[in-house]
Write a protein that binds this ligand. Structure first.
Ligand SMILES: Nc1ncnc2c1ncn2[C@@H]1O[C@H](COP(=O)(O)OP(=O)(O)O)[C@@H](O)[C@H]1O
Ligand SMILES: [Mg+2]
Length: 292
């Protein structure tokens, strides 16, 4: 089966700045998180995949359709929310969804019915007839999400869907994304938050310096950065020594037998590499390779 999203040798520069430098990525389905620091090129990639930006070179296909040669076919398969969400502040939530339904070609009563269903699904029924301008950040984000789902998309693009939201609203969006995915929708989300990727995504890719520096499940990525270690920690919380956690019992015993009497009073901690560690290690490696 071919990938739902297939990106090959994608390049994009803005003036002197090369943002995507021959990026390759294949996504098969489920929830996929694209992780990267601010300025890494996440929005640029999403803009290309949603046909809003034409790449300098390379190819990108969504559901088998080329984003440059077949933009209309791509748009028919996708939903998107992000910085460029089309919700109008001056309209009510219901008016917004109804209008988007009409723009998508639904008849008036079908659009109204669908809008009411979406408002209900996202817990917005009680506020449906208030102007979006008066909504909280979390409610607004839910209107964006509802708007992107007025037609059920095969692929949903969410560009930093929870940035700037309070923890309760974030958790609510996470639930919505998980239930969409359970319904068969492929989700490509971008995030700067490692915990978000770890919580939600089936697979993760880390974007840095114009390319994908790691791609896989969270455990796969973690296993690339290192093993669990046993750390000996002093009272101030400083790590004094580190031993491999997967050593044999004999190996550990020998290492521990070499400790001084003073070192024997140290606290023992098991350290598992986190996605933070992976992120730092992998983005640094790529930076070195680029500098060399
Ligand atoms: N339309 C544009 N014109 C000029 N520079 C841009 C434009 N869009 C993005 N950039 C630059 O490209 C880089 C990547 O931006 P972006 O894709 O928005 O990153 P991210 O979404 O990962 O934070 C940034 O340095 C940004 O300033
Ligand atoms: Mg962005």
């Amino acid at each position: 089966m071919s990938a739902i999203i297939d990106v090959r040798q994608l390049r994009q520069s803005f003036g002197e700045r090369t943002v995507l430098d021959g990026l390759n990525l294949e996504i098969e389905g489920g929830i996929f998180a694209l992780l990267g620091p601010n300025g890494a090129g996440k929005t640029t990639l999403v803009s290309i995949l949603t046909t809003l930006l034409r790449p300098d070179s390379g190819t990108a296909r969504v559901c088998g359709h080329d984003v440059v040669r077949e933009p209309a076919q791509v748009r028919r398969m996708i939903g998107a929310t992000g910085q460029y969400a089309s919700v109008d502040d001056q309209l009510t939530a219901r008016e917004n969804l109804g209008m988007i339904g009409r723009l998508l070609g639904l008849g008036r009563s079908h659009a109204q019915e669908r809008a009411a269903g979406m408002l209900d699904r996202f817990g917005l029924s009680a506020s449906a007839d208030r102007r979006v301008a008066d909504f909280s950040g979390g409610m607004r984000r839910r209107v964006d999400l509802a708007a992107s789902l007025m037609r059920t998309p095969a692929v949903l693009f969410l560009d930093e869907p929870t940035t700037g939201l309070d923890p309760a609203s974030r958790a609510q969006i996470w639930e919505d994304v998980a239930s969409l995915s359970a319904g068969g929708c492929t989700v490509l989300m971008t995030t700067q938050m490692l915990d978000e990727a770890e919580e939600l995504a089936d697979r993760v890719a880390i974007i840095a310096n114009g390319g994908i520096v790691a791609d896989g499940t969270v455990p796969e990525i973690l296993s690339r950065v290192g093993e669990e270690t046993v750390a000996l920690v002093d009272e101030a919380g400083q790590t004094v020594r580190t031993l491999p956690a997967r050593a044999t019992a004999g190996g550990l015993a020998a290492a521990l037998a070499g400790l001084s009497a003073e070192e024997r009073t140290l606290r023992v901690d098991v350290h598992r590499p986190t996605l933070d560690d992976a992120f730092l290690a992998l983005t640094a490696q790529r930076a070195e390779a680029v500098a060399a």
